[in-house]
Design a protein around this ligand. Structure first.
Ligand code: NAD
Length: 359
């Protein structure tokens, strides 16, 4: 694993910093992939990695992904990500989070942190006691709160664009949509879909999700598991649970025209994108579709947070998604390649402006 090597995108990381505070037990890595468009923004993942290499690999991979997500979302933000190596249940403490905050502060705003797996708005409030470069905070502290509302709205908006590309109309009425994972985002998405007149099928491993559907969305058809949902014969499959759902094994069994969901890293690897194109399944890149959450924390960071403004911005995903899907078709490339190209063009064209010196 070469930190100085350009990774998948051809852009190498700008800065990777290791922070260690033995007294509080903090072991953190901040990876700043690109500041071409602004400070590198991305959440802090608190996770019990098996090895130090795994923590570093995750920080590098996730920070690169954030450069692309933030670029496509049209934000004045670059890509960064942090990992804290430890068990969030056992190791998280006020001292550890504040030590982390002081280290992030020492980067003088080149990295802006937020929540991710294992960290929550209340943790960001603690980090912010030592650090100015924090977003995704609680409403009590001027934060925007739960990001799943705008994330779901972004998925729904992108789905309409995908329908427009595929069927010539963005009307989802009567379309069969399978939602896998009816958690925070999935529930809001189901609401949008039912309102739009779609026929919704859903699955979740948590019995509480099924109970929620029975009580709040009785017209939803419950399907036993994700594999059965994939085989249902859908217009749209919306993965809203875990990553890696599209892989060598599942791509052959997937019966859908479109994939458009909130889950991060839906494709196990890049070859899955090729396989989907061959199978004539229109894949809406996850890092585009689920960017409603980062639009929210970005709006909060440059604040004060304005929900209506952030929602208008998320509505812009419609045009971005449509242009990416059209471009992939006309250039005969995968939708991932088309999305990456658009993000890179913006990073090049706007990033270059920093060379115009303002004294
Ligand atoms: P969540 O934890 O609230 O919901 C996930 C749901 O998926 C849970 O109900 C869980 O029981 C279910 N699930 C887990 N494994 C499953 C399986 N094998 N089959 C079916 N269901 C399964 O999480 P969320 O906030 O709704 O996020 C959903 C996805 O979207 C995650 O991948 C997350 O990383 C991504 N995402 C979320 C946001 C956000 O704003 N919340 C933003 C960007 C991306």
């Amino acid at each position: 694993m070469g930190i100085f090597d350009p990774r998948t995108s051809g852009r190498a990381h700008e800065e990777v910093v290791f922070f260690h505070d033995p007294e509080s037990g903090l072991r953190a890595i901040v990876a700043i992939h690109s500041t071409a468009l602004g400070p590198g923004l991305g959440g802090t993942r608190f996770f019990p990695y098996e090895k130090e290499e795994d923590a570093l690999r995750d920080a590098l991979r996730l920070s690169e992904g954030m450069s692309y997500k933030n670029a496509l979302a049209g934000l004045d933000l670059g890509g960064g990500k942090a990992v804290i190596w430890g068990d969030p249940v056992k190791d998280k403490s006020e001292a550890l989070l504040r030590a982390y905050g002081r280290f992030v502060q020492s980067l003088h705003g080149r990295y802006v942190t937020a929540c991710d797996v294992g960290t929550y708005v209340r943790d960001m409030d603690v980090v912010a006691r030592e650090c100015d470069y924090v977003t995704g905070r609680s409403e009590d502290h001027g934060g925007a709160g739960d990001s799943s509302v705008l994330t779901a709205f972004g998925v729904f908006t992108s789905m309409r664009a995908a329908a427009k590309h595929r069927y010539g109309s963005d009307d989802l009425a009567g379309k069969r949509v399978g939602v896998s994972g009816v958690g925070k985002v999935g529930r809001h998405l189901v609401g949008h879909l039912l309102e739009a007149g779609a026929e919704v099928l859903a699955t979740d491993i948590n019995p509480a999700a099924r109970k929620w559907a029975e009580e709040h969305a009785p017209s939803v058809t419950w399907v036993e598991d994700n594999e059965s949902l994939m085989a249902q014969g859908l217009h749209v499959y919306a993965p809203c649970a875990l990553g890696g759902v599209v892989n060598e094994r599942t791509v052959g069994t997937l019966k859908t025209d479109i994939i458009c969901g909130a889950a991060n890293n839906q494709l196990e690897d890049l070859s899955a994108a090729e396989r989907l194109t061959e199978a004539d399944i229109l894949y809406c890149p996850d890092y585009l579709v689920n960017s409603g959450g980062v639009v929210q924390v970005g709006d909060e960071y440059y604040g004060p947070f304005d929900f209506a403004r952030a929602k208008r911005r998320v509505s812009g995903l419609y045009d971005t998604a449509l242009s990416i899907l059209d471009r992939a078709e006309s250039e005969k490339v995968t939708t991932v390649a088309a999305a990456d190209a658009l993000a890179e063009e913006r990073m090049d064209a706007v990033g270059r402006l920093q060379r115009i010196r303002i004294y």
